[in-house]
Design a protein around this ligand. Structure first.
Ligand code: A2P
Length: 280
């Protein structure tokens, strides 16, 4: 990857700009509007939000005020857990579009797999609604988030359309190698949420030492590391200087040896959320 304009191509032929602008934990209001506007001005063309982030209205305003053509942007949102199932998914999608003030989204994701009794059927019904939205042209590509291999395998028993993306927690010390390998084998793009471990990795001495040798920040190192692992990072920031910094990762390449070192790091920290254990 050589610039923010480069893309990953989905299994249904859609191009996704190679770094997405994350908005998890960015509250609704001027902060979110301005962060999105600033990111688009800085060159990001891919914005990632979700129903549960409760900032879709502000994200939509930032998009509208950016002055960039809708067709030049790639917008993702996600279905929240309490709205799974065929009919309620269709309703939730309409609500997200209304909040975003958009006619379509580029990527719609099931935010988390159902994990209680009957989870297979719930996920299958939800996915059927995603297929309807796709066939109706209201979303250009459909995928999942936080799905492990067994959740995807189960979905594939009834799916007509293969998910194009799995958005998972992915950062040094937590690269979910099994899920990554499964997705690659199934031609699914892995998007990396919390590529900086929500900021928890930034003081790690080993990452600092490696970043220092390339004269980059640990944040830039983590983002570059995601790209070189063929995953699509979604760094979140509301700080203009950091928004710029996180997009400036195309003038250095991590050596194979450094990639291996980082790939081999033990757990340093992360969200602690496991798809089969969460109770929300
Ligand atoms: P802020 O939004 O206040 O700028 P992640 O993307 O892994 O979830 O990490 C997001 C967290 O990391 C946020 O707290 C964000 O702070 C912080 N952050 C994002 N980019 C940088 C950066 N380049 N340097 C330091 N902290 C950063």
């Amino acid at each position: 990857m050589k610039s923010l304009n480069e893309t990953f191509k989905t299994n249904n032929g859609i191009e996704i700009p190679c770094i997405g602008f994350g908005t998890w934990q960015t509250p609704e209001g001027p902060l979110a509007v301005n962060a999105v506007k600033y990111a688009i001005k800085a060159g990001y063309r891919h914005i990632d939000t979700a129903d549960i982030y409760q900032n879709e209205e502000s994200v939509g305003q930032g998009i509208a005020q950016s002055g960039i053509k809708r067709s030049d942007l790639f917008i993702t949102t996600k279905l929240w857990n309490s709205k799974r199932g065929y009919e309620s998914t269709l309703k939730a999608f309409d609500q997200s579009l209304r909040k975003l003030k958009l006619e379509y989204v580029d990527l719609y994701l099931i935010h988390w797999p159902a994990n209680k009794a009957g989870w297979e059927k719930i996920n299958a019904d939800t996915w059927r609604a995603f297929e309807t939205l796709y066939k109706d042209g209201r979303v250009r590509t459909i995928g999942v988030s936080n799905f492990l291999a067994h959740h995807i395998e189960s979905l594939l028993h009834t799916a007509e359309i293969l998910p194009s993306v799995d958005q998972i927690e992915f950062h040094p010390g937590y690269m979910q190698a099994d899920t990554l390998a499964f997705c690659k084998a199934h031609h699914m793009i892995v998007e990396a949420w919390s590529p900086l471990g929500s900021g928890r990795l930034l003081e790690n001495l080993q990452l600092k030492e490696i970043a220092g040798r390339y004269a980059v920040s640990v944040a830039q190192l983590c983002i570059r590391w995601c790209l070189q692992n063929e995953t699509l990072p979604l760094p979140k920031s509301v700080t203009p200087q950091r928004i710029l910094e996180n997009a400036d990762v195309f003038n250095f390449t991590l050596s194979d040896a450094d990639m291996q070192t980082i790939n081999g790091l033990p757990y340093i920290g992360g969200s602690g959320l496991h798809p089969d254990k969460i109770d929300f």
